[in-house]
Design a protein. Structure first.
Length: 158
């Protein structure tokens, strides 16, 4: 069972971490939520139902761990701090770095409900239905939030 758990984390952990970095905004917050997610996965691993999509299952658990962490931090400090230099970690040449920074800043400016749908769907690799289930929304709401996000991002990034 431990080997299966580790293989699942190795296969889907990088995508989970990328999603959590975008949701949390700061690497150390994302790392904390990642650890919480891993613990939650481990606790439910033996009793999990047959999983058709392990990535979707892991991303859903990660998103819910993020929501719990955000709720715990509410009132103390926001998880998303665009001024934090650790929140933007683009790599590559200067143009690529600038473009990544612009996109990250534009995503950070989206309202929480819209940003979370964008991060889960596009960065987390969740399907529309998986995003809807994870966020406890209808698919129509997910689609409308994605549409609103894309419109806003186009206008900001053009």
């Amino acid at each position: 069972m431990q080997r299966e758990f580790m293989e699942m984390l190795e296969a889907h952990g990088p995508a989970l971490m990328a999603m959590l970095r975008r949701l949390c905004g700061r690497s150390h917050d994302a790392e904390d939520v990642f650890q919480d997610t891993a613990v939650r996965i481990w606790r439910g691993f033996a009793s999990r139902p047959r999983i058709r999509n392990p990535r979707g299952w892991i991303m859903t658990i990660g998103y819910r761990a993020f929501l719990d962490a955000r709720e715990r931090k509410r009132g103390h400090e926001d998880l998303q701090d665009p001024a934090d230099p650790r929140s933007a970690e683009p790599d590559g040449n200067a143009e690529h770095s600038e473009a990544c920074g612009n996109v990250q800043a534009a995503i950070a400016e989206l309202s929480d409900p819209i940003r979370e749908v964008v991060v889960c769907h596009y960065l987390g690799g969740m399907t529309l239905s998986q995003t809807a289930v994870a966020m406890k929304l209808s698919e129509g709401t997910v689609k409308s939030r994605l549409s609103a996000a894309l419109s806003k991002l186009r206008s900001v990034l053009e």
